[in-house]
Design a protein around this ligand. Structure first.
Ligand code: AMP
Length: 154
């Protein structure tokens, strides 16, 4: 019984928490901004990962960055959406995780980012861990710990 509780309290690995790459919406580094905006609007996400043709992670593109880029002095310059490429606008200074890291490593990085990308040693894209997943895990972990602590003290 106690060992079952201890298993429940085990800290999960990133590999157990991530959304795998095949389920993650992404754009290619050489796509024009208009394609990226289409993916973002259709998916409903505020930002998605940017990959190169060999599926190596390159950065993150967000609706906010695209809007900032297309707002001119007095009006929206929509023609810029087809002229500018994702690689010119994306944020390439974002932290990553590896599958072998733990939920605690993910938690630290998710404080400042709504999602963090998971890559392998070659920089290839494996998936993402989202803030929502970590919050759900922490809620579960908190309640299990509480239950376990109460069992131990009774
Ligand atoms: P959540 O914590 O589920 O709200 O997700 C936070 C952010 O992660 C979203 O706003 C998206 O930018 C990104 N995200 C979540 N799921 C996906 C997905 N399947 N494909 C691409 N991006 C995603």
């Amino acid at each position: 019984m106690v060992s079952l509780q201890k298993e429940t309290l085990r800290i999960p690995l990133v590999s157990e928490l991530m959304i795998p790459s095949e389920k993650v919406a992404h754009v290619q580094i050489s796509n024009p901004l208009e394609h990226a905006l289409l993916v973002l609007v259709k998916s409903g996400y505020s930002a998605v990962p940017v990959l190169d043709p060999s599926y190596t992670f390159q950065g993150v593109i967000s609706k906010t960055r695209i809007l900032e880029e297309t707002i001119g002095i007095e009006e929206f310059e929509m023609n810029r959406l087809s002229e500018i490429m994702v690689k010119e606008v994306m944020d390439d200074q974002v932290p990553c995780l590896t599958k072998e890291q733990t939920m605690i490593d993910a938690l630290h990085k998710l404080i400042d980012h709504p999602f963090v990308c998971v890559t392998n040693e070659k920089g290839e894209f494996d998936g993402i861990v989202t803030r929502r997943t970590i919050l759900k895990q922490f809620s579960k972990h908190y309640h299990e710990t509480l239950k376990y602590t109460m069992l131990e003290t009774t």
